[in-house]
Design a protein around this ligand. Structure first.
Ligand code: HAM
Length: 427
């Protein structure tokens, strides 16, 4: 009997995992520069943390949760996203207290779980790199955070992207707009999909996010939220666009964009790849402002802004744009040993190089010299040490710098006592 991985999951194998490490390292160092620190929350949460934040009528909560009752009868779900768990942690640990910096800025990297129909760029276990900033309602926070996401993609060498923004305004905006949507869609109620009929009175904003063809036609002529913005919401949005202009960042405003999560207020955004091969999965990064969520989960009135990037989608784009990521693991030294009697000395030499703080590898499969030199080449070793029986008897070893081609025969004692000098001299 043999098994396959569960549908919608991936094994990340060596060869691929180096790319993940490079992407994650790039995010860590860039986000650190913007003063974000890492946070790690559990992979599962109380169901209610997610349902109250993301919203009961969203696809994520109503169709895609990996939820279950644990042996203690608790309703638990694997996390479908990172924001709600982090807000839960922010409130639980009172990270709004005076001893913490403001805004309080965190980033996270890890797996999320959604029971979706798997396809290219859409998985059931997928991975996000995300950030959340708590405590600032300044439009500059919206803009610098979106710019940080763009900078991340730029640093990775991705070129063909565009930024799409919209606003969902404040409470007053959404109340007015909700009524306008109900009025508009009620006239076409019998044409709406079953899902959207249900949403019409529960949460009409969700109809705008429908993937149903007939719904989409009606959505095209629906009233625009931009006509219902309160004065405060309009002022915030104008500041955001003015600041994007000041930084000469190009963007489009898409007034029907609502995003698939209920917690957003004011600015929302997506960064899409222009690559046609990604189809409906072209959104690499998405996020926005959530000024009521902290309070909703029992904390003090605290604004928030964040985004999440889908790592699997990012990898597809890197592949499509043929971006070469640098090799992470270059080998400092490869030790070629010829003849069974050199086995122990080769072990000692390899270990001495490692103990001196360098990376080293050797053959342990009894391969012929030619095959060992090939391995050294393949692993891109900077130096190749060669130990034959003659060298061993003379207490010597050969060392070759692969960069300069220079070759030397040196005493084994030098390897044990003065390795750094050899590397420096021959570099
Ligand atoms: P989201 O739009 O649900 O937002 O997901 C963000 C990104 O995660 C998507 O743009 C996509 O790249 C990736 N993603 C989502 N679902 C899948 C999937 N099934 N397979 C592969 N990739 C996927 C959020 O999750 C919010 N928490 C973002 C946020 C943070 N808003 C404020 N702070």
């Amino acid at each position: 009997m043999s098994y396959q991985r569960p549908k919608g999951t991936n094994d990340i194998l060596p060869g691929e995992s180096e790319k993940w490490q490079f992407i994650e390292d790039t995010a860590r160092s860039l986000f650190n520069n913007y003063q974000y620190q890492e946070i790690r929350t559990p992979l599962f949460e109380h169901y209610e943390v997610i349902s109250r934040s993301v919203g009961d009528t969203t696809d994520i909560v109503s169709k895609e949760m990996y939820d279950f009752y644990d042996k203690g009868g608790r309703h638990i779900t694997l996390r479908p996203e990172g924001t709600a768990p982090i807000v839960r942690a922010y409130v639980e640990h009172k990270l709004f207290g005076p001893e913490y910096s403001k805004p309080y800025k965190v980033f996270y990297i890890g797996p999320m779980f959604r029971y979706e129909r798997p396809q290219k760029g859409r998985l059931r276990q997928f991975h996000q790199i995300g950030v959340e900033a708590f405590g600032s309602d300044n439009a500059a926070t919206d803009v610098e955070t979106m710019v940080m996401a763009l900078a991340f993609f730029k640093q990775l060498g991705i070129q063909h992207l565009h930024l799409v923004i919209n606003t969902l305004g404040d409470k007053a905006t959404r109340e007015n707009y909700r009524q306008a949507l109900i009025d508009y869609f009620s006239a076409y109620e019998n044409k709406l999909s079953e899902d959207s009929k249900r949403r019409l009175h529960e949460n009409p904003l969700r109809i705008l996010d429908s993937k149903d063809k007939a719904d989409k036609k009606l959505v095209a002529d629906a009233p625009s939220i931009l006509d219902y913005l309160s004065e405060k919401a309009q002022a915030h949005f104008t500041q955001v666009t003015t600041m994007l202009d000041a930084l000469e960042i190009s963007y489009e405003i898409e007034s029907t964009m609502v995003r698939g999560l209920d917690y957003y207020t004011h600015t929302i955004f997506e960064i899409m790849s222009d690559n046609p091969q990604l189809g409906a999965q072209s959104t690499l990064c998405a996020g926005g402002r959530y000024d009521q969520l902290v309070e909703e989960l029992g904390g003090p009135d605290t604004p928030g802004f964040g985004f999440a990037i889908g790592i699997e989608r990012l990898l597809l784009v890197l592949e499509n744009e043929e971006v070469e990521l640098p090799a992470l693991h270059q080998l400092d030294a490869y030790v070629v040993n010829i003849g069974a009697s050199t086995n122990t000395e080769a072990l000692k030499v390899t270990q001495a190089i490692r103990d001196a703080g360098f990376s080293a590898d050797r053959d342990v499969m009894g391969r012929k010299a030619k095959a060992q030199f090939k391995s050294a080449d393949k692993q891109r070793a900077k130096f190749v040490f060669t130990l034959g029986e003659d060298e061993l008897n003379a207490g010597m070893i050969n060392v070759k710098s692969m960069a300069s081609g220079e070759e030397k025969r040196i005493p084994l004692t030098t390897v044990y006592n003065d390795l750094t000098q050899i590397f420096d001299e021959m570099n």
